[in-house]
Design a protein around this ligand. Structure first.
Ligand SMILES: [Zn+2]
Length: 546
């Protein structure tokens, strides 16, 4: 707490000084913790309520109540007693940043403590007793110890016990379950009704299988609610324990229709790929279950630190085997990151004459078609008929992500040329694609997708797809050359995949898959300009206009 006290003292002094020198130039001094808070730009979560029925509108406040219970349970997952922790904080910035992080550890900075007096974050968060040793865990006989929906607790006599969530949090769980049943009564869509009923039951028993299956069966619903213990990342000790989360979504039915139309064009797009016939002989695969949504509420795990812009669920392999999985693209969450992050980056790095071409529609299309493009191309090598994944080993993800990026843009180009999309907006897709590369590698390119971005960036540079103006430090797209480069890179990637050419894939990554000095200097400019790193949401019934 020492640092906090001194920061408060310092702030007091500064405010005093400002007050004394009111007529002189006012200096705004921002505390170090406030600077951390400012890394998150605020964004309002709304949706077009006119698209909802009366009963759907009545359902939302009930779902928000359930989400708020998940919020409280996630505090327990992450740290334990929320009120006790928050009551010790005096600096409002420390309170604000703790609420973003659900504790005193900075999720954007490897979970380092940002408040003095706190050590490193326990790896097992609050899912296990903090003093539990690995030997002790290994010695537990109960098979349920690795279950997603249990905690390990230490009884008064010191013995460890496995306790399902519904026994650890009986009151909260009962209340959430009752509210879900109440919401189910309002549901007009039969699939949603069944899912909510089964989810209410699942909370009480910690058996989520039936409700996960019902969630996959639900197709015609407008409202969706991802609720309960979902992801296991918060458990950095073993990755067993799922944390509580509540995300309320409204399906964008116009986009769903567009997607099914585009899916019907996949065979023609596969045929048009810029490769010899043998490399495009496989059938294109449409991801049957992908839709766009507005998120209207984030609570608990999904709201901690960096916000998700897509959801891929469920996690249960039994459900995958029976029904596959679903991809949910979160349109307004993407809009938040576009407005608050991509636009300011473009203002620094994109040629002034082309900044008007950086648009949200293009950004969203690029993201959506990246996903669809995973289904184009080739899955088995021509010669040995092994899976491309197996043949390309550790290079596979970089090559495959690079393929999806470039073929996504290829699909948009083709469809614009066929008159299926607005051709006059194609330049937006290209310039926004370029700006997207800077956003993706802003904090480094070590990830598989980062390497894919850099391979493309330097390939584009070599082909003259863009030029950099040394005087302004901005980049300008050359449409025709970028289109040619796109086709050529698409061709090279598909051939590497079809040939299962591991050596060449490795070479491509080694040659171009990293950030060189010049670009690093430009990225340093972005990172010193105070552009937010993520977003934090204003949300709730008032924001929605309910
Ligand atoms: Zn991908």
């Amino acid at each position: 707490m020492k640092k906090l006290a001194s920061v408060t003292l310092l702030l007091g002094l500064i405010i005093g000084l400002v007050a004394c020198n009111q007529k002189e130039k006012k200096e705004v001094v921002v505390s170090p913790t406030q600077k951390l808070v400012d890394q998150y730009a605020e964004f309002e979560l709304t949706t077009d309520l006119n698209l909802l029925t009366e009963k759907e509108k009545q359902m939302l406040p009930i779902l928000i109540e359930v989400a708020d219970i998940m919020e409280e349970l996630f505090w327990k997952d992450a740290i334990g007693d929320k009120s006790e922790f928050l009551s010790k904080l005096t600096d409002p910035a420390a309170v604000a940043y703790s609420k973003i992080n659900y504790g005193p550890w900075d999720r954007l900075d490897d979970n380092k403590a940002f408040i003095d007096g706190f050590g490193a974050k326990p790896k097992g968060a609050n899912f296990y007793p903090k003093d539990m040793t690995a030997e002790e865990f290994d010695a537990i006989k109960d098979e349920m110890k690795t279950d997603w929906y249990t905690k390990i607790v230490r009884d008064e006599d010191g013995t460890l016990r496995v306790a399902p969530y519904h026994e650890v949090y009986p009151e909260e769980i009962k209340k959430a379950s009752d509210l879900l049943k109440k919401a189910a009564e309002l549901a007009e869509d039969a699939g949603l009704k069944k899912y909510l009923e089964l989810r209410a039951e699942a909370l009480l028993t910690d058996d989520y299988l039936a409700s996960d299956l019902a969630w996959m069966d639900m197709k015609s619903n407008t409202i969706d609610f991802v609720v309960g213990p979902i992801e296991t990342y918060e458990d950095a000790l073993y990755g067993y324990k799922a944390s509580h989360s509540g995300q309320i979504l409204v399906k964008d039915k116009a986009w769903s229709e567009k997607l099914s139309k585009f899916a019907s064009l996949l065979p023609r797009l596969q045929e048009g790929l810029p490769v010899p016939p043998e490399y495009k002989a496989e059938k294109a695969n449409a991801n049957a279950d992908m839709n766009a949504y507005d998120v209207i509420y984030y609570a608990g795990d999904c709201n901690a630190g960096s916000k998700n812009i897509a959801i891929n669920l469920p996690n249960d392999p039994r459900v995958h085997a029976a029904k596959g999985s679903r991809k949910l693209q979160l349109k307004n969450a993407m809009q938040a990151k576009f407005d608050k992050i991509l636009v300011p980056i473009s203002d620094l790095l994109i040629d002034e004459s082309q900044r008007k071409n950086v648009t949200f529609d293009a950004f969203f299309e690029n993201v959506m078609f990246h996903e669809v493009a995973h289904g184009l191309g080739i899955n088995y090598t021509l010669k040995d008929k092994v899976s491309v994944r197996k043949a390309l080993k550790d290079t596979y993800t970089s090559i495959e992500e690079g393929k999806a990026d470039i073929l996504g843009l290829y699909m948009i180009t083709q469809m614009a040329e066929w008159g299926e999309m607005d051709k006059s907006k194609l330049m937006d897709n290209y310039v926004t694609f370029m700006a997207g590369i800077f956003r993706s590698v802003r904090f480094g390119a070590a990830s598989a997708h980062g390497k894919a971005n850099m391979m493309r960036f330097y390939f584009f540079e070599e082909q003259g797809a863009f030029t950099r103006d040394a005087a302004t430090g901005t980049y300008k797209v050359d449409f025709e050359k970028m289109k040619a480069a796109m086709n050529e890179l698409g061709r090279q990637i598909l051939i590497v995949q079809g040939d299962g050419n591991y050596e060449l894939a490795k070479q491509m990554i080694a040659d171009r898959g990293f950030i060189r000095e010049d670009l690093q200097k430009d990225l340093d400019r972005v990172n010193s300009a105070g552009i937010p790193k993520d977003v934090v949401f204003k949300q709730g019934t008032k924001v929605l206009g309910l």
